[in-house]
Design a protein around this ligand. Structure first.
Ligand SMILES: Nc1nc2c(ncn2[C@@H]2O[C@H](COP(=O)(O)OP(=O)(O)O)[C@@H](O)[C@H]2O)c(=O)[nH]1
Ligand SMILES: [Mg+2]
Length: 262
């Protein structure tokens, strides 16, 4: 449907993976099958972030069946932000999407993201709080409370308004030059990297679109609530200190939401 241009794939999908041996093969196969109809040449880049299990072995085994699949390996565990950054700097597609290894969202979201990018968005961020999003996953009340509190605090501190209720959503897409600009200077290596990416996008005046998702499943989480929330919040504070001109986003800043079905 979306043809590749001049030998360059239209789309690159990056999967950061840390100790995902139980799910990564099934995820790659599902993704490859799904992408086949969208863009047969779409590349899939799994970034193995110094896993201590057989994540990389599982992926490498599949590369014989899926020539568009590759596996990057970081020698030591460096964090989700570092892994996605690595993938972005290697990706060849005109459009770049990253998604969590357990493919938590209905994969139709990838086509939705592509459509928004083709229509002129620079950045598309999945958002589980949009009215068109659906949640089919049970989330424990404690995790929900942590998530919501973190979202409210960080929006207050970083964005000076409720711009992004779901910064941590594990699917986002970019036009390739935009991705390069956002990820080249990325400093946050851990789970707080999504926030830094959105801040950098806002500061540069990029057009950002919030995209509904169907949250369909959730593998076991690597996020340790207290420790990672504290470290995410610490990176938020560092981020703010580094920004020279902290100001509310200008009203001309476009953060739009997809609010009608396709
Ligand atoms: N690169 C990297 N990825 C990680 C790390 N921890 C988790 N991930 C990946 O980040 C994604 C989301 O992690 P997950 O534990 O499912 O987080 P949650 O869904 O937000 O609770 C998955 O693709 C993981 O493999 C890590 O230390 N480094
Ligand atoms: Mg998860």
């Amino acid at each position: 449907m979306y043809q590749s241009a001049g030998g360059r794939p239209r789309l690159s999908v990056i999967i950061p993976a840390f100790n995902e041996e139980a799910t990564i093969a099934a995820s790659v196969e599902e993704l490859a099958t799904h992408l086949h109809t969208l863009d047969p040449q779409a590349e899939i880049i799994v970034v193995d972030d110094g896993s201590s299990d057989d994540t990389a072995g599982q992926v490498i085994e599949l590369t014989t069946r899926y020539p568009q699949l590759s596996c990057l390996r970081l020698p030591v565990n460096s964090g989700k932000g570092a892994a996605v950054r690595h993938g972005v700097l290697t990706a060849r597609g005109q459009f770049i999407v990253f998604i969590d290894a357990d493919l938590p969202f209905d994969l139709d979201v990838i086509e939705g993201i592509l459509r928004q990018l083709i229509d002129g968005s620079d950045v598309v961020t999945g958002d589980r709080t949009l009215p068109l999003s659906r949640n089919l996953v049970h989330i424990s009340p404690v995790r929900l409370l942590f998530g919501k509190t973190l979202a409210v605090l960080l929006n207050l501190v970083v964005f000076r308004g409720p711009l992004f209720p779901d910064t941590q959503c594990g699917v986002k897409g970019f036009r390739s030059p935009v991705a390069l600009e956002l990820f080249l200077g990325l400093e946050t290596k851990g789970f707080g990297f999504d926030i830094e990416i959105l801040v950098r996008a806002i500061d540069r005046g990029f057009r950002i679109t919030r995209m509904p998702v169907v949250f369909r499943q959730n593998g076991p989480s690597h996020v340790r609530l207290l420790r990672d929330s504290v470290s995410i919040f610490r990176s938020i504070l560092q981020l703010n200190r580094r920004r020279k001109d902290l100001k509310p986003p200008s009203t001309s800043q476009v953060v739009k939401s997809v609010s009608s079905p396709k």
